[in-house]
Design a protein around this ligand. Structure first.
Ligand code: BES
Ligand code: MN
Ligand code: ZN
Length: 486
């Protein structure tokens, strides 16, 4: 049912010129000549130096130049690939270059490549980051297209290295297929990606135990805020709880917003662009991706995942502005806008999460349009009640280049969610809504260390990026995995 990476990664201690393949990838540093490759250049009758001496190829970041080797060496072709200036070379530039190489070769229907790691090692970087970029870039979502265009992605890349990268490569393959999994879930339209489909996705994971609370069970627990969101839809809500425990420590609870379609409800959204609101479960998809990677690699951990899945539609029994609901915590909430539904589902989820006496609660959610107004596609907003925890998330963000940026939770925001009739109201409108939405969640987190990540701007992109094809990005999977490792 789901895409899994079809590209396989190998390593070999062979020399570049002696390893047969369709294309040998030779990374270049801008303006640094070809001394590192003088032996290969010699075998190719100085074809490479002739090109670098001309203005055809300078080694600028993501610049490519393809040569045919005419049988002079074992690889049929050489792909010169720019990494940019050595001082500016970063892990993410390397991922991007990997993505560029994979897409370029894939467009030429080249399926079997090798990678020289000489320059990458000399930059004190790892070829595994390059490979991560190749794998992440090779994703496509074509399951709804007629089968007249069979998928011809890369089949095989062999890293030419003296190092033993086996464990890291295995991890990176698991990581990439977890990102694919999350992207698939998000790209799948809401007629096929319902709360019940999310249950099936959770149950597809081995070594993860899954408990699902239906409407009745959720009602018994008093989850009036969560249930109010699903009232207008014929799709039954599913409150999904996943457990993976191979370590006896306090758990980290990951809560992922899982609105399978957000029409806004009675506070209906404008129709333009509404089709994108299938991505309002991207937080839940990220959590599922994390569980997939952790469980498939048998990583020792104790994590709980909560996906309060529901569909937000208008209907005869839908919630209405002005309604007051009672949350599981006992606090009542006045619903000002039925379109501020995510925080209602998260409030009950965070309350439920506290039952596990977690060391931390992390929620990840496409929560506010204001987040994408503030950051575009470039960062997730981070807010929370624990600076040490947030520092770890910031470090994870730097490792993965899934950027997060901290916003303040000033006490003054308490006034924004004061209601005349209930303990809280779910919104005070657009002004400050990125932060006031988080402040609303903070009321439920209480003293438990907690981080909120708003991924409304980063979960979906409209233009291809070097290692992220347009559509669902799978944001959060790599970030949270790196965070958990810390
Ligand atoms: N799911 C949306 C937020 C969203 C908007 C995500 C655009 C991705 C792209 C959320 O449920 C929502 O509708 N938020 C409202 C809150 C408002 C009514 C206070 C918003 O941000 O406009
Ligand atoms: Mn909404
Ligand atoms: Zn929403």
């Amino acid at each position: 049912m789901y895409n899994s990476c079809i590209m396989k990664i190998f390593t070999s201690k062979n020399k570049e010129t002696a390893f047969p393949c369709d294309a040998l990838i030779l990374p270049f540093i801008e303006g640094d000549g070809i001394n590192v490759y003088s032996d290969i250049n010699k075998s190719l009758n100085r074809m490479i130096s002739r090109i670098t001496a001309s203005s055809e190829f300078a080694g600028k970041h993501n610049e490519v130049c393809l040569l045919h080797t005419k049988g002079e060496i074992k690889p049929d072709r050489v792909l010169l690939l720019g990494l940019g200036k050595s001082k500016q070379a970063t892990r993410d530039k390397l991922r991007q270059a990997g993505g560029k190489a994979a897409s370029y070769l894939r467009n030429l229907k080249i399926q079997n490549a090798s990678l020289s790691s000489r320059i990458i090692s000399s930059l004190k970087l790892s070829p595994v980051d390059f490979i991560e970029g190749c794998l992440l870039a090779d994703y496509d979502f074509s399951k709804y297209k007629k089968e007249d265009s069979p998928r011809t992605g890369m089949k095989k890349i062999t890293v030419l290295t003296q190092d033993n990268l086996h464990t890291e490569i295995q991890w990176t393959e698991a990581l990439a297929s977890a990102v694919y999994f999350a992207r698939d879930l998000v790209n799948t339209p809401s007629n096929e990606m319902t709360p019940a489909s999310l249950v099936r996705a959770a149950r597809s994971l081995k070594k993860v135990s899954v408990k699902v609370l239906g409407e009745k069970e959720a009602r018994k627990l008093g989850m009036g805020a969560y249930l109010s969101v699903a009232k207008g839809s014929d799709e039954p809500p599913k409150f999904i709880v996943m457990t993976y425990k191979t370590r006896s420590v306090k758990p980290v609870v990951l809560v992922g917003k899982s609105i399978t379609f957000d029409s806004g409800g009675i506070s209906l959204k404008p129709s333009e662009g509404m089709e994108k609101m299938k991505y309002d479960m991207a937080g839940g998809a990220a959590v599922l991706g994390v569980f997939k990677a952790i469980s498939e690699t048998n990583t020792p951990a104790h994590i709980i995942g909560i996906l309060p899945a529901a569909e937000n539609l208008p209907g005869g029994s839908a919630s209405k502005p002005g309604d007051v609901v009672r949350t599981m915590s006992g606090k009542t909430v006045e619903i000002i806008s039925t379109d501020a539904e995510g925080r209602l589902t998260l409030a009950d989820s965070i309350e439920y999460a506290k039952r596990f006496k977690p060391s931390a609660i992390i929620d990840i959610a496409t929560l506010t349009g204001a987040c994408s107004i503030a950051f575009g596609n470039e960062a997730a907003a981070m807010m929370g009640n624990d600076e040490t925890l947030m520092k770890k998330m910031k470090d994870a963000s730097e490792d993965t280049s899934e950027n997060v940026w901290q916003m303040p939770l000033f006490d003054a925001y308490r006034d924004y969610i004061k209601s005349d009739v209930a303990d809280l109201k779910n919104t005070s409108g657009r002004s400050g809504s990125l932060v006031s939405s988080a402040y609303f969640l903070k009321e439920f987190a209480g003293d438990t260390p907690w981080i909120h990540l708003d991924i409304a701007g980063t979960a979906w992109i409209d233009k291809d990026r070097p290692y992220t094809p347009k559509g669902a990005t799978g944001i959060g999977v790599r970030l949270l995995l790196s965070f958990l490792k810390k």
